[in-house]
Ligand binder design. Sequence first.
Ligand code: SF4
Length: 604
Amino acid sequence: MLNGYAGRILVVKLQMGKIFQQEINSEFCKNYIGGKGFAVKILLERTEASMDPLSQDSILIFAVGPMNASLVPGSNRLGAFFKSPLTGIWGESYCGGQIATQFKQAGFDVMVISGKSEKPVYILIDDGTVSIKDAAHLWGKDSFETQDTIIADYGKEYQVAAIGPAGENLVKFACIDHSKGRQFGRCGAGALMGSKNLKAIAVRGTKKYEPANIKLVEEVRKKVLTEVKEKHKTLSTYGTPGLLPLINEAGALPTYYWSEKPIEEYEKISPELLKSNYYKHRRSCYGCSIACCQTSETQDELHIKSEGPEYETLYAFGPLCGIFDLDSIIKLGDMCDKLGMDVISAGNTVAFAVECYRRGILGKEDFEGIEPKFGDPKLAVDLIFKIAYRRGLGNILAEGVRKGAQLIGRRAEEFAVHVKGLEPPGYDPRALKGMALAYAVSSRGACHLRHMAYRPNLTGKHPFRPDIRVNRFSYEEQPPMVKEQEDFYTLVDSMIYCHFLCLPVAGPILWDEMLRAFNGVTGFNMEMTTFVECAVRINDLVRIYNLREGVPPDTEFPVVWVSQKLKRRGADGELVEAKKLSQMLTEYYKLRGWSLQGKPRDIS
Ligand code: SF4
């Protein structure tokens, strides 16, 4: 009997139509915690090096952790883990909503999907009974229609995650949508499902889990419920766009495809305007009182109702594309959700295409007669559609910025902004030096969530010791902070919690609460040092996986970030000094106990 775990891995081999279960033991749980920890071990052991991420040999893992289906708010995320078709290295993305709880309550910790079905199918999980269903009638539908159809057939108690046309057409940054607006967004898990002819998964579960120590879990739950009202007021009121003013004031808001320029029409996309004119309802994931997800409605004649926009949608289709019109940004986000594409990569790819035209690398003929310019939502709509269906220039852009630039040629690679093939989120590292290091070492490339290094850099407070001031322009202070944040969020992603319940400084769940919650649910009574060792072990394994797959060096950084100084209030004259970045890397490797080349001891 394992407290906190279902104790079972579900294996689905699509090629043969085989479904079976495997047990996990307490040693595995103690060493790898859950979620991300389980997944990296499985991915390393069950796949060959250098495998094509879209081949039949590739596997897609969905996993929960010991906290899922507990009563602690924020314990509601399902993780997807895979070799990314976009980057060719470690891929992970997480989705809130209701699906993780149903999955755990169906009696599983992990699902490993392998092979390729001959025909389109979806997986139906009904309280431990699993079947593979024909999806011929769903293929070609967008992700929202697919979810509606499955729910109409089986009932509202089923939670569905589905791909849209972008996933079917193997767009390298295709996402998986759940609950019409939540995504497994980054790294292209949607393309992996498309390559397997897997349109959706639908889950229903009713099993209940008793914590080993209800008193400990209840303490954490009460702390969260008491503190979030005050500490997360901005998140509850504005959602993630509430961060926009802070990022803008710091000069860290990327504009016009990572140019040096300031934002010109901030007030047209401000969170205050969103709240007063666009937000209609708040939505929540399972058991969370913050309810940070907003549903918006456009003010134009279309009255499009859509979940969001999140900060990342706002940045990627807003200032990055030079668009300062909330109706258009909401519409573009909605299009991406339905077609099934990651908004960060999509916005970056559209802006990159305009930048290529501006620099004479692409011509008007590549855009089929449209004069490309920043600030044109019609062009963005056209390109998003072409990417999803791989038409014209869209067929090249569907490969993402790195591969797209290689295919375009003519010096396009010089202007392509990505880290290890992943397009960056909305935090300009020239204004936040912690993000420079965090992007460089992050296992999935330009990522903001595996460390959340932008927060201490923006607030000026150390994530775990708020009395220590953080200087966002200092290179020296960043390595120990980034390392500690990575270790902490590795556990968050293994447990699996929502990051917004574990915010730097604010928490309310930080190191102590996290350990108490883990011990309360599992009854393992683990010491803090052992808990941290688990984080280090999991991080090292992800690094080993990436090295096995031929990850590019951490020093490979976008040219504009190291050569073009910002001309923005809040960060005027700032860039990332390549030499200082190398020094931060050396310090970071030392702290991790890795070799000078960044290799964990096991393989150096
Ligand atoms: S804070 Fe927001 S994203 Fe996180 S669990 Fe609550 S509602 Fe979901």
